[in-house]
Design a protein around this ligand. Structure first.
Ligand SMILES: Nc1ncnc2c1ncn2[C@@H]1O[C@H](COP(=O)(O)OP(=O)(O)O)[C@@H](O)[C@H]1O
Ligand SMILES: [Mg+2]
Length: 333
């Protein structure tokens, strides 16, 4: 249960084709992340899968069956949004129970399912509280609880952690990943945050302007980005891009080198530069290095390094980790 297939899915709002044409397979039990910049069509795509928007053309299949014209309630999918959309006057228990009550389930059965979901989400002690008596993370867990009790074929998450502060986001990220392991259910998760995508996904779908730029596992996208967009989007700090003669020497219009794949030394490297801003993170140092021919390059060095602004520095890219791109921005393999 829970496989989802998109066939030439197209969505127009008026004359604007927000999604020109997407083909995609989400396999049963997979954790798939749609990632891309704001406005690229992630929410629209998720809403098309949920049935909250109609496709302009193409087909949505759920468990191999055509669901294109099914109303949302018949698709057996549960959606969790950034705004938790809890009922403020209802207890946590009543909020989680709500969809079951609406479906007319007997009370004893509802109680058992709510208790189960509360246990899974560490909410057992909070069942009699109102949403305003909970932290942001707990509220989001209630929203997830409401999705779980329906036992959907698949969960659809639309930026569910964006309202939380940074440390809570990291914690909830782990909790959702653990929930996925525990339930084994298909999950589609939308985010603009590539770190969330990299840490949670089995499979990442990188979207840009309504198009799929690349589909792959986190490490596939990191190691072998298909084009300049994916190369620049995945990885932090961002990949350095170098054009002109230095790239031509590698038979490419552009070469890309990640900050962690450049060695620094006082002399003897193949590129020379002057250290600008250095960022000391403790675990790492990010150095921004101005060069005459290659522009400013970012280097990530482990731990503390004893280079400061104005120092002359020598750089050696790892030859096995230089990415080459043609004039259309496509990776040369
Ligand atoms: N109901 C709508 N009517 C018109 N345009 C819309 C509508 N919903 C979304 N869009 C447009 O579609 C594009 C994709 O939006 P969205 O799917 O919300 O992007 P994302 O979730 O990636 O930020 C945006 O340009 C947005 O303005
Ligand atoms: Mg969105």
């Amino acid at each position: 249960m829970g496989s989802i297939t998109l066939r030439q899915v197209n969505k127009k709002f008026g004359e604007v084709a927000v999604i020109p044409s997407i083909d995609l397979e989400v396999e049963e039990g997979e954790f798939v992340v749609f990632v891309g910049p704001s406005g690229c069509g992630k929410s629209t795509l998720l809403r098309l899968i949920a049935g909250l928007e109609d496709v302009t053309s193409g087909a949505v299949l759920i468990d191999g069956k055509d669901a294109t014209r099914l109303p949302p309630a018949k698709r057996k999918l549960s959606m969790v949004f950034q705004s938790y959309a809890l009922y403020p006057h209802m207890s946590v228990r009543a909020n989680i129970a709500f969809p079951l009550k609406m479906a007319g389930m007997p009370k004893a059965e509802i109680d058992a399912k709510v208790a189960d979901a509360a246990e899974t989400l560490n909410l057992t002690d909070y069942l009699d509280r109102k949403p305003r008596q909970l932290s942001g993370g707990q509220r989001q867990r209630v929203a997830i609880g409401r999705a779980i009790v329906r036992q959907p074929s698949a969960f659809l998450f639309d930026e569910p952690l964006s309202n939380l502060d940074a440390s809570l986001r990291v914690q909830m990220r782990l909790e959702i990943a653990e929930l996925h392991q525990q339930l084994g259910a298909t999950m589609i998760y939308v985010t603009h945050d590539q770190v969330e995508a990299m840490t949670m996904a089995d499979k990442i779908v990188v979207l840009n302007k309504g198009r799929v730029e690349q589909v792959g596992s986190p490490l596939e996208l990191y190691r072998a980005p298909a084009n300049l967009f994916v190369a620049g989007f995945i990885g932090s700090p961002r990949m350095n891009f170098i054009r002109g003669q230095a790239a031509a020497a590698y038979g490419a219009a552009t070469i890309g080198v990640r900050p962690e794949h450049i060695q620094i030394s006082t002399e003897g490297g193949i590129w020379q530069g002057t250290v600008g801003v250095t960022e000391h993170l403790g675990s790492d140092t990010f150095l921004h290095i101005h060069t005459e021919d290659l522009g400013t390059l970012t280097v990530r060095a482990g731990g503390y390094v004893d280079f400061g602004p104005g120092d002359t520095i020598s750089l050696t890219p790892d030859p096995g980790r230089i990415h080459r791109f043609d004039s259309d921005g496509r990776a040369i393999r």
